[in-house]
Ligand binder design. Structure first.
Ligand code: APR
Length: 320
């Protein structure tokens, strides 16, 4: 059986980390794509030279030509620019929308059967635009945000409860970052929900609220520390978990920005919800009954996403 092919569109900090992780896990052959001449080629060669030490077999190629992603099984998109000081949200939207247009057209022409994972920010709008520009089936285009947000939440909860991260599960909904909605009733330590742990004296509502707040601002906390860029290790490994569930048909239940068609009362928007990810892409959206607080917070998230899409449609009339 031929190896799977993974195309990484954008070979910056996250793209390079994705390539390293995919190679180490032998998920398939890897194409690093970028418009920056030399970067994808240099990273491909560097990672390939780690193969003999780490015993992985993967062909790595760097390219600035979309024909090299031909027939990819998975495309992970990080192409774009990050928001810089002085740049308005609409400036960023305008720049990254143009990037999504060229990436979408490249995927449409060369990898129309791929499972596509978008990471470029602002995530919930970019994944929607990428799907529009690529024309791929909605179930095959998702955004990576919830796995990262819930991993951040799990990390902070594990520290709070002094237990292994392995035994902490988190349930998050909604948009990426600021408007993410953690559902604490469904977040657990080994199956014991957080409200029960509070009753048991393991923590307090105030401390959990502070953890939720820190999680929402998790990306910004790292930007403030790094100063010259944003997080890349945890975002990359989160997207790899999603790619692996597709490639191995694992049917993992992972929070993704997925296209909703009425679930949670939302139609024709990409919003973060738990999904079953398998060989068919998004095979199912897990729809739970939300309590009043979660419902209200989810609505704030949905409204924020709608506002972003309106701004996208203003910028690019072809999306209206
Ligand atoms: N086509 C292909 N690649 C592009 C294009 C394009 N049209 N425009 C920009 N790029 C490339 C840049 O050359 C750069 O190498 O995208 C890469 C982005 O890499 P970084 O700037 O290092 O950003 P990274 O940290 O990887 O984050 C990528 O993910 O989390 C989000 O907010 C983050 O939107 C950002 C994205």
């Amino acid at each position: 059986m031929a190896r799977k092919k993974i195309a990484l569109i954008g070979s910056g900090m996250i793209g390079g980390t994705l390539a390293h992780l995919a190679a180490m896990r032998e998920l398939g052959d890897i194409v690093l794509f970028d418009i920056a001449e030399g970067i994808p080629q240099g990273k491909a060669l560097d990672i390939a030279q780690a193969g003999p030490v780490d015993d992985f077999d993967a062909n790595l190629k760097g390219s600035s030509d979309y024909s090299d992603i031909e027939g990819a099984d998975v495309c992970i998109v990080t192409a774009g620019v990050a928001r810089k000081p002085g740049m308005s949200r609409d400036d960023l939207l305008g720049i990254n929308l143009k990037v999504m247009k060229s990436v979408g057209e490249g995927i449409k022409a060369h990898a129309p059967n791929a499972f596509v994972i978008c990471i470029t920010n602002p995530l919930d709008a970019m994944v929607w635009a990428l799907r529009e520009f690529s024309g791929l089936p909605h179930n095959m285009v998702v955004g990576m945000a919830g796995v990262l947000d819930s991993a951040r939440f799990r990390h902070f909860l594990a520290e709070e409860f002094q237990v292994s991260v392995e035994d902490v599960t988190a349930f998050v909904l909604g948009g990426h970052g600021d408007t993410m909605v953690p559902v604490v009733e469904y977040s657990t330590v080994a199956g014991v929900p957080i409200p029960d742990l509070i009753k048991m004296g393991w923590s307090t509502k105030e401390r959990i609220d502070a953890i939720v707040k820190r999680t929402r601002g998790g990306g910004g906390e790292i930007v403030a520390l790094l100063k010259t860029g944003s997080a890349y290790y945890a975002p990359a490994t989160s997207a790899i978990a999603m790619a692996e569930s597709f490639l191995k048909d694992k049917n993992r239940v992972l929070p993704c920005a997925a296209h909703l068609t009425g679930q949670y009362g939302v139609d024709n928007l990409y919003v973060g919800v738990p999904c079953v990810l398998g060989a068919g892409g998004v095979e199912k959206v897990v729809e739970i009954e939300l309590n009043a607080e979660a419902k209200a917070n989810f609505q704030v998230s949905v409204d924020a996403v709608k506002e972003l899409l309106d701004a996208c449609k203003q910028i690019d009339g072809s999306l209206a």
